[in-house]
Design a protein around this ligand. Structure first.
Ligand code: C2E
Ligand code: MG
Ligand code: MG
Length: 525
């Protein structure tokens, strides 16, 4: 032994010692030994083996303890972010509630959801999505106080308990801090991602006295925040709640709607007024809700985009519309083409092209009998991606139209890049067409632009004869709207096509009318 160590041992009168390492998972953890304070001696083999056995048993016990701790940790934490999970959150929330009941202080429960996270996940992949969640967690943690608890509720949803508050403004400050913390870009996968969040807040005791009510109300407030256009926070308010809770209920029911076969397709014809022919039928989905009746897609498509159900719903629409086109073709009915709307999220699906090809193959519809309608907003999210996908679809023979044209991100340079077949001018421009000269000017330039690019220009939402005539005078011949026909349920749509194929032989003699309240305007030809 070095002299100073020997001196230390001598202080304790140790003259001989035997030490054995304690290993945990093959690594050194510590040691255990025998000391002899009387004689300097050799240790026997049995003394050594006793010590080795004790060291092994201590090592084993420590390992077990570590494993148990790890399992306990895993049972209460989210493995991706290291944040408490729901179970631990529920526990912390009830502890904070007890404390608030004692102290009489305010407490808040907050639901936080990252806006459009699912799109990032779908477009850039799960690895980037995971990284984003981890980095967001770091930023969120930095905004909170020591006593606050933040948990990962699931997906991109976080829940936060804010105890010991003096006034509701204390929560406002934290919500503002969170908003500011998320503002700088996240540098992930070589790009700058900008993320915002929506937050819903419920206060104890104002908005609930027990954990369940506070959570439910914070969730309802989150819905309101999303409805308000995202990137904001909302306190729970009883007056706001009826709409939010209606949405919550819808969201809940939407999950079962597909398996219960509650979706139906209506079909709206698109006309060429120059030839008097129907060029295609647009499939428009409706939700036949057992209590609410027919729910409009404007209500549930956005909801389905948020919760991801748009993918199976969209797939069902495609499949059904294509199968219907085949059935009409088999019955000898014209037109041969159906149009199907694709939502932004559906469009971003990595295997979209394969899925469409598989459906066409399965139902036996030629690709040029399908037109896909995408919106500018969906197309502009990632121009390179859009260009590639559209080229692949075009190569397959599928037609593509730009729906609601003029309402989105009208960067005209991309129109040249995208292999489109048609532009559908949004209804809002058609509505005031007759008396508003600005709308005339806009429509006129869209028509000129479309024709210049060799595209079919379709006017949507034509409701009156005046509008129809004005459009025709501007050289727009393809139209869709109530003036011609509302979207029709399958039976009526089929009947309409039957009349239509008779009508096309005798164009003027058969004004088309059917006895259902859905069709308000008779066919003018
Ligand atoms: P859109 O694709 O632009 O469809 C046209 C909408 O305008 C339809 O509303 C149609 O009923 C309505 N419309 C047609 N002509 C007139 C008219 O003359 N006057 C008025 N006031 N309205 C007219 P709908 O069926 O409620 O659908 C709304 C939107 O929901 C659609 O707009 C489309 O973006 C979306 N949507 C519908 N079905 C689907 C679907 O299967 N998948 C996806 N992703 N979106 C869909
Ligand atoms: Mg459409
Ligand atoms: Mg449209």
């Amino acid at each position: 032994m070095p002299t100073h160590e020997r001196e230390l041992l001598q202080l304790d009168q140790i003259v001989s010692f035997l030490i054995v390492p304690i290993l945990v998972n093959g690594g050194f953890w510590g040691y255990i030994g025998f000391d002899d304070c009387h004689t300097e001696r050799r240790w026997s083999a049995s003394e050594e083996s006793i010590l080795v056995a004790i060291a092994a048993s201590i090592g084993g016990a420590i390992k077990r303890q570590h494993t148990e701790e790890q399992m306990r940790y895993q049972a209460f934490h989210d493995s991706l972010t290291g944040l408490p999970n729901r179970t631990l959150f529920d526990h912390c929330l009830s502890q904070s509630l007890l404390q608030a009941q004692h102290s009489g202080e305010l407490m808040a429960v907050m639901f936080l959801d990252l806006d459009r996270f699912k799109t990032i996940n779908d477009t850039l992949g799960h690895a980037v999505g995971d990284q984003l969640l981890q980095e967001t967690t770091l930023r969120l943690r930095a905004c909170l106080r020591e006593e606050d608890t933040i948990a990962r509720w699931g997906g991109d949803e976080f829940t936060i308990v804010l105890p010991n508050l003096k006034t509701p403004e204390d929560v406002t400050k934290i919500a503002q801090r969170i908003t500011n913390a998320l503002k700088p870009a996240f540098h992930l996968a070589g790009q700058d991602l900008y993320v915002t969040s929506s937050m819903g807040i419920a206060l104890y005791p104002h908005h609930g006295r027990d954990a369940e009510t506070l959570l439910k109300n914070a969730d309802a407030a989150l819905y309101c925040a999303k409805e308000e256009g995202r990137n904001n926070y909302q306190f729970y308010a009883t007056t706001l709640n009826s709409q939010a809770s209606q949405l919550l209920t819808l969201d809940h029911h939407l999950h079962h709607a597909l398996e219960r076969n509650e979706f139906v397709l209506h079909y709206q014809p698109q006309f060429n007024v120059a030839t008097g022919e129907v060029t295609q039928m647009e499939a428009l989905v409706r939700w036949q809700h057992p209590q609410l009746g027919l729910v409009s897609p404007t209500t549930f498509i956005a909801l389905a985009e948020d919760n991801g159900l748009i993918l199976p719903i969209g797939e069902w629409v495609l499949q059904s519309a294509c199968a219907q086109a085949v059935a009409w073709q088999a019955a000898g009915l014209l037109p041969h083409r159906v149009a199907v709307n694709l939502s932004a999220r559906q469009f971003q699906q990595p295997d979209l092209v394969e899925r469409i090809a598989a459906i066409l193959e399965q139902v036996g519809l030629p690709p040029d009998c399908l037109e896909l309608e995408i919106t500018e907003t969906a197309a502009m999210r990632n121009i390179d991606y859009t260009t590639t996908v559209l080229h692949e679809l075009r190569q397959m023979g599928v037609r593509i139209s730009m729906d609601d044209f003029g309402t989105g991100y009208s960067s005209l340079s991309y129109l040249k890049k995208f292999p489109l077949h048609a532009l559908k001018i949004d209804r809002s421009f058609v509505t005031d067409l007759v008396d508003n000269s600005e709308d005339v000017a806009i429509i006129n330039s869209i028509i000129t632009l479309g024709h210049g690019l060799n595209l079919t220009v379709v006017a949507e939402g034509v409701e009156t004869q005046d509008q129809m005539e004005r459009l025709r005078s501007l050289n727009c011949y393809e139209m869709q709207g109530y003036w011609f026909s509302k979207p029709l349920p399958l039976f009526d749509a089929t009947q309409f096509l039957q009349t239509q194929s008779l009508g096309s032989r005798q164009p003027t003699s058969l004004p088309w009318e059917i006895d259902t309240s859905i069709v308000a305007v008779p066919h003018p030809f």
